[in-house]
Design a protein around this ligand. Structure first.
Ligand code: F6R
Length: 244
């Protein structure tokens, strides 16, 4: 628990930079699982700063984003492709071909194969060295909404009504928020060598309490993380304020 988001985000960014540098020294690729949304924005800002001011290179980094709305055009304002470009990718030296974000333009009958391929690609690279997560007020990680199975893989899912309400502002009304998304599964996330879930502000306090101290249940998918030995919750004081 950190006094404030900015301090916590800097720590997480430094940890990511360490992974990247260690891999560089060993001539290996760093495979990172990334999240979108408000939560990781300052982490990405810190990484951009390290690239610009300290020469941190991302040439040996391969990324897999957790999710994308479906349907979604990559050039749409609300797409996670646009988000990642704005906050990270357009400011760093990561090779374009190393970036993976679920494709929101696929015909429905191609999605299952595509998802399997997404999963396999991660496996072939030796798995994710680190997965960073935010948490939704439904308890979702990625877009694994209540009802998701602990061993779920990358797949097309239906978004919870609360998730769509929370996204309404970005889309100019809930009716414009896609009803579906492609997301890595809980099982996919679990295979990462290390998981960091971040949450800031009072708005997240009650779901953080449920995730950390509540009974493990598919009703709050983040509770599955209680089973992992490789997970850390990085919180500000507000998000941690309901923990006993
Ligand atoms: C984003 C994602 C979601 C968000 C969560 C929190 O890629 O998978 O699980 O992390 O909805 O969103 P924010 O950070 O906007 O509160």
């Amino acid at each position: 628990v950190y006094s404030e988001e900015s301090v916590a985000a800097q720590k997480v960014a430094q940890h990511i930079a360490e992974i990247i540098r260690k891999k560089q020294a060993a001539n290996e690729m760093a495979v990172l699982g990334l999240a979108t949304g408000a939560t990781p924005i300052q982490v990405y800002a810190n990484l951009v700063k390290m690239h610009q001011e300290d020469g941190l290179s991302f040439k040996n980094v391969i990324t897999f984003n957790l999710d994308e709305y479906y349907p979604m055009r990559p050039d749409a304002k609300q797409s996670y492709v646009t988000f990642m470009d704005e906050h990270l990718f357009s400011h760093i030296d990561i090779p374009k071909e190393n970036i993976h974000i679920p494709d929101g333009t696929l015909p429905k009958d191609e999605i299952a194969d595509y998802c399997l391929d997404y999963e396999n690609k991660i496996g072939e690279l030796g798995g994710l060295d680190l997965q960073i997560l935010g948490i939704g007020r439904t308890g979702h990680i990625g877009f694994n909404e209540p009802g998701s199975a602990p061993n779920s893989g990358t797949r097309l899912v239906t978004l919870d009504d609360l998730t769509r309400r929370d996204a309404a502002r970005d889309f100019g009304g809930k009716e414009n928020v896609p009803t579906k998304a492609i997301t890595m599964g809980v099982g996919t996330i679990f295979k990462a060598k290390e998981i960091i879930l971040m949450a800031w502000s009072k708005k997240k306090a009650s779901i953080i309490k449920k995730a950390v101290e509540g009974e493990m249940s598919g009703n709050v998918p983040a509770t599955y993380l209680q089973l992992s030995d490789n997970v850390r919750f990085i919180l500000d004081e507000d998000a941690a304020s309901e923990l006993t």
